[in-house]
Write a protein that binds this ligand. Structure first.
Ligand code: MTE
Ligand code: HPA
Ligand code: MOS
Length: 856
């Protein structure tokens, strides 16, 4: 290996060179090498004292039950057990709901989902704690459980009030429309499958405070909740997050519980305490993307242009509110995707079920709204026998219009973007070729069919909760000219730290390796928002820039006076400071001089997003600072005999404004697209009829692999600056590309539609697993196949003895008629059920020596 990397040059050499790797260059992630070498330290890798205690939780095995009795004597007696905690032992606040109450740290008298924490075991090792949990004897009295959206809707079980948005007279438009189309699309949830599971490590301090190391997107919330559950003031708790091994929204609120449990034990035992969820536990006990069941009725003219839409979105929230209010709102904000609905009436329901509490996941409800619009566009196109792309383009927003919630459409370049992509990807020509190829395949009795789809994305950037749109940063310059930047954002692999370092390097025009972004800590920047809503770079970048500007102004004032020149004639340039034409100092010499003259070399910086407001009581306003845009064109091949498919080609054109780091941005686009593809194709969450997650490991839950990537794949940036004054006119990139995967689903739909000569909307479900594709193919070929609103659970059921008649009959049933609820009535008088949950013990917690914690 040759070492050209500046990492190995001494600083005295480096600081003489012209600066490099700044704004607009594709510099690698600051942890790229340590990620690949396995030396990057995650919480579980931190070297911990041998006396560290370990926590494991005992979980409910019932979706809804009264807890009659917990016999934990054998748990206490197990090897290595130090302490056992139940609800009664909680010292202070017991509810850790992030916005609304409803998330007890442990169940008290009633359990509301399979996997809910009933008690916690503290032991001398992770393995001992997990083993001890198995000795619990729990007596339950089962209660009726609601497990599906349909049942929650039928019984009007909502975790938060329904919300409505409207414009114009939708019913009148529907009545007078030449064509009226009604449809329904059910989409499943999605497991986050971050590589690093939930984990926390809490160290008691000598002053009674706590130091909390956690894998959380929201350090400030963890700080506050930890303080509240152990009854400390906020200033006594410090949360530290160097990096996460992925968060994807799953660590916005749901990292807090484990930190709180560790904190309670750390206070009780006055010992360092660690806890991590093994994969199967993590999959069962943490919330996921919301499953949605959405209906629409749309009136269109002869060209397929929408005249009015009546939509009902229903999200499966689980047992508690968590962030579901905002998530269903975001689904409602995105149920237009990029299309103008002159009249619209949108209802959003938050269904309460006895399942895990669903939470943020890349797109935050947006994908579930957006896919409804895309499904509807396909539905319109195939009903009218038109090319879906033409229907999409005909409905596209135009500048000067506004959304159904009042946001003005400005600087809207999506038509150009889509047309550019259509040309670059030869859409028209390939569409004709595919139509011909499908005809030929039919004539020749070939089972293969091909499909093509080009779909757009418009995604609103800003937290829809206005308060959260603020950020802080801290910039420190040392006398050797090196700089530390700290900010409220967390690093989860998305490249936030490197982008912020680029901003700071650019402000002082110094080498990027002069600048180090340090671990996110609540004692450096307080009261931070979660790193979410794709806003990390937008907000923290501006805050860091503001801190730099404050320091720069001080330095300019000092130099002007010291060297007797005009401040305007002083330039920070290429690692140097030019004092008019008089003198040139290296940046390091210059800051040392300033220090010697008692000039402060550090500053905080603050930013709040301008222009946004939203009046929820009127469902009207401008919730988003701007929209991120993009489009993808995907081609697939399906096998009509087996339902299998592959993505042959995908062209993506995505708008990140003026990119700060094209390499990182393209990585985000690729990663988001593939994650979206997983959601819409292979990832299938399955619960059994008792509400237990059956797809609870990588063996039975399929995330995309390298083999699933498009065989030909081109990703390009739509290189245009953001018209809004964002950091260097860039645009947020984290979530929007997730929804580019709609193109793959629609391409599969297109391939199936060929079987009905493109005149019938195939009834394909989401995800389009091979099984779902095969069913849709057979339906189009005139064979009856049910559309279950939940995946077919017959297979799992066949593995357990049938205790009632739970078959799905072969006649096609409408989704709302699939009454899963009736099937899960508790056994009338089974009396006391003893809990003997067999549980796998994964690897014992071997602390590997990987060097100091948070070392980079
Ligand atoms: N990329 C990686 N590698 N890992 C992640 O966990 N999370 C996504 C996205 N990209 C994620 C990611 C989600 S859900 C969000 S909201 C944004 O990153 C958050 O980071 P940002 O605001 O800095 O883009
Ligand atoms: N996006 C992501 N996370 C959030 C939001 C949002 O709009 N609002 C509250 N948390
Ligand atoms: Mo992302 S779902 O906003 O963490």
């Amino acid at each position: 290996m040759s070492h050209h990397s500046s990492l190995f040059d001494s600083y005295s050499i480096r600081r003489q060179r012209p600066p490099k790797n700044k704004i607009g260059t594709g510099v690698k992630h600051d942890s790229a090498i340590s990620h690949v070498m396995g030396t990057a330290t995650y919480v579980d890798d931190m070297l911990k004292p041998q006396s560290t205690l370990h926590v494991a939780i005992g979980k409910s095995t019932h979706a809804h039950a009264r807890i009659l009795h917990m016999d934990l004597s054998a748990v206490w007696a197990a090897d290595g057990v130090v302490d056992v905690i139940t609800f009664q032992d909680l010292p202070a606040k017991t509810d850790i709901g992030p916005v609304f109450d409803g998330d007890p740290l442990m169940a008290d008298k009633v359990t509301e989902y399979v996997g809910q924490t009933l008690f916690a075991v503290v032991a001398t090792s992770h393995r001992a704690a997990k083993k001890a949990v198995l000795n619990a004897l729990i007596e339950y009295e089962p209660l009726a459980a609601i497990l599906t959206i349909d049942d929650a809707l039928e019984q009007e079980q909502f975790i938060r009030p329904s919300h409505f948005m409207q414009r114009g007279d939708t019913q009148a438009e529907l009545k007078s429309a030449p064509t009226r189309i009604a449809g329904h699309i059910h989409m499943l949830g999605q497991e986050h499958f971050y590589l690093e599971g939930q984990v926390s490590y809490v160290v008691p301090c000598d002053d009674g405070g706590l130091e909390v190391y956690t894998s959380s997107q929201h350090p400030s919330e963890v700080q506050q909740l930890v303080a509240e559950v152990v009854d400390l003031p906020f200033h006594a708790v410090t949360t530290i997050v160097r990096r996460m091994g992925g968060g994807f929204g799953g660590k916005e609120t749901q990292a807090a519980a484990w930190a709180c449990l560790c904190a309670i034990v750390a206070k009780r035992q006055n010992m360092p305490v660690s806890m991590r969820l093994d994969r199967q536990d993590d999959m069962v006990v943490t919330g996921k993307r919301h499953e949605f069941s959405n209906r629409y009725e749309v009136g269109v003219d002869e060209d397929g242009k929408v005249l009015g839409v009546d939509m009902q979105l229903a999200g499966l929230c689980g047992y508690s509110p968590d962030l579901s209010d905002a998530i269903v709102d975001r689904a409602m904000f995105h149920c237009d995707n990029a299309y103008y609905y002159p009249a619209a009436q949108i209802a959003g329901h938050r269904c309460k079920t006895h399942t895990v509490s669903n939470t943020a996941y890349r797109g935050f409800g947006g994908p579930q709204g957006l896919l409804t619009a895309e499904y509807m566009m396909d539905h319109i196109a195939y009903t009218l026998g038109k090319d879906p792309l033409h229907v999409r383009l005909a409905n596209l927003y135009q500048n000067g219009q506004s959304t159904h919630y009042g946001q003005p459409i400005e600087h809207f370049d999506l038509a150009t973007l889509m047309q550019t992509l259509a040309e670059d990807s030869d859409y028209d020509k390939r569409r004709q070729q595919i139509i011909e190829a499908n005809k030929k395949a039919e004539a020749e009795g070939n089972d293969k069919r091909w499909g093509l789809a080009l779909t757009p994305v418009k995604f609103g950037i800003s937290f829809t909760v206005q308060t959260l749109n603020q950020a802080g940063a801290l910039v420190l310059i040392y006398t050797d000219g090196t700089i530390q930047v700290n900010h409220g954002g967390t690093e989860m692999g998305q490249g936030l730290y490197i982008k912020i370092a680029q901003v700071v390097a650019n402000e002082f025009d110094v080498d990027l390796d002069t600048v180090k972004a340090t671990a996110t800590r609540t004692d450096k920047v307080p009261n931070t928002s979660p790193t979410a809503a794709s806003s990390g770079t937008d907000m923290n970048g501006k805050a860091a820039q503001n801190a730099c500007i404050t320091i720069k102004n001080r330095l300019l004032e000092f130099a002007a006076e010291h060297f007797q020149v005009n401040a305007e004639d002083i330039r920070f340039e290429r690692n140097h400071v030019h004092i008019g034409t008089k003198e040139v100092l290296t940046f390091a010499d210059f800051v040392l001089l300033a220090y010697q003259h008692r000039i402060s070399l550090s500053s905080t910086g603050y930013y709040k997003t301008p222009k946004i407001f939203y009046d929820r009581s009127k469902a009207w306003g401008r919730p988003f600072f701007y929209f991120a845009l993009g489009a993808a064109c995907a081609e697939v091949e399906i096998d009509t005999l087996t339902g299998e498919y592959k993505v042959l080609r995908c062209d993506i054109l995505h708008d990140v404004g003026q990119s700060i780091n094209p390499a990182v941005d393209i990585g985000q686009i690729e990663g988001g697209f593939v994650q979206g593809m997983g959601w819409l194709t292979t990832e299938e969450l399955i619960w059994d009829k008792k509400g237990t997650l059956a797809s609870n490991s990588p063996a039975n839950y399929k995330i995309p692999t390298a083999h699933d990537l498009p065989k030909q794949w081109r990703v390009k940036l739509f290189d245009r600056k953001n018209e809004e004054q964002t950091i260097y006119n860039s645009k947020a990139v984290g979530e929007p590309p997730f929804m580019l995967a709609a193109s793959v689903w629609c391409a599969i739909n297109n391939a199936i539609a060929s079987l009905g000569d493109y005149k019938q909307n195939p009834e394909l479900t989401m995800p389009a697993t091979p099984e779902a594709v095969l069913k849709a193919v057979m339906r189009l070929q005139g064979q009856a196949w049910e559309i279950a609103s939940k995946p077919d659970t017959e297979t799992i059921e066949s593995l357990t003895p049938a205790d009632d008649d739970w078959g799905i009959d072969d006649d096609r049933v409408l989704p709302q008629q699939v009454a899963h609820g009736k099937d899960i009535e508790p056994p009338a008088s089974e009396g006391q059920l003893f809990d003997e949950e067999p549980e796998a013990i994964e690897n014992p917690n071997v602390s590997t020596a990987r060097g100091p914690a948070h070392s980079e």
